[in-house]
Design a protein around this ligand. Sequence first.
Ligand SMILES: Cc1cc2nc3c(=O)[nH]c(=O)nc-3n(C[C@H](O)[C@H](O)[C@H](O)COP(=O)(O)OP(=O)(O)OC[C@H]3O[C@@H](n4cnc5c(N)ncnc54)[C@H](O)[C@@H]3O)c2cc1C
Length: 346
Amino acid sequence: MAVSRPRSPLFLQVELAMVIKKKVTILGSGSAGLTAAIYAARANLEPLVIQGLQAGGQLTITSDVENFPGFPNGILGPELMEEMHKQAERFGTQFIYDNAESVDLSSRPFKLKTSSDEIHTDCLIIGTGASAKLLGLPSESKLMGHGVSACATCDGFFFRDKEVFVVGGGDTALEEATFLTRFASSVTVIHRRDSFRASAIMANRAKSNEKVKFILDSVVEDILDVEEGQVTGIRIRNIKTNVVTEHPADGVFIAIGHKPNTELFVGQLELTENGYIKTDGVKTSVKGVFAAGDVQDELYRQAITAAGTGCMAALEAQWLLENEHEEGNSVGKPQAEAKEPVAQKG
Ligand SMILES: Cc1cc2nc3c(=O)[nH]c(=O)nc-3n(C[C@H](O)[C@H](O)[C@H](O)COP(=O)(O)OP(=O)(O)OC[C@H]3O[C@@H](n4cnc5c(N)ncnc54)[C@H](O)[C@@H]3O)c2cc1C
């Protein structure tokens, strides 16, 4: 879709970019975005998916997915997303591999820009997800899906009778620690302070569980062993004494929070106090803009819930366009997918 243009030797130049006109555009190609695309494409809406730089979304960084219905023996995350992509493509979805860099939701059609395209769309479905915050250690990303996880609900089952560590001190960390005791032989919570941000009830529940241990005032220095290709241990530094200790481990769960990918919508859509898109069902505060998946879900954050809300968003967009078409509103009128040139500074 990107329009290649010869570069002028002048630094300032006026270029011709193409405006792509769409009835439905979807931001994000995780479970939410691709499910929305399958539904919108099957409703003959010829949706456009702006995939973002993580095509396939979060499941592309994990290995086995065992809780997505339809795969009794599990499926690899990247493979599941590849299949969803093919399914959306089969019904006529178009894809752009780029990030949306700006959006203007002040009037319909909404206007989006990527690095090389401008898109005008009657409806917008946002499925930009929420990224798990990570520690930033090279070993953490190399061992993600090989003993390192950011989701106890998703991966706890793989750690039956294993020794696992949970990093974090908020509600999520202590809830995940308690949840993991269903499987693991021991669960050690590492927290950089000597008290928890978590609610008293959650902290007490974890503290009263005999499988849960705590290492406080401490940070993770490294996760071992990248050369073996799986987690075998964890190196921890006490920040008060600077003493470094190494512990055998089979799994490390990072539970230091999530960051919804909503920067583009600040000031344009209502957000929750944690920065997620506020929704009523999947409707946002702007008519014609829908949000699906983790970007609007602080609670469940699962592939299947993302897919479910992706379906809902596509149906809502379809119904809105149909209603507007019946009422004769211009925005809902079928429009040619013609491209119009517009002047743009390059
Ligand atoms: C390690 C790991 C393992 C997991 N395992 C499981 C599991 O086993 N089972 C399960 O149900 N869930 C699992 N999850 C959770 C699951 O991955 C998420 O709930 C699901 O991916 C959410 O889908 P989504 O479509 O809302 O967002 P995401 O999958 O996060 O996709 C977001 C999409 O938005 C795109 N994007 C972001 N910004 C922009 C932009 N500016 N412009 C355009 N596109 C943009 C990204 O490129 C990406 O394609 C796991 C998560 C992690 C991190």
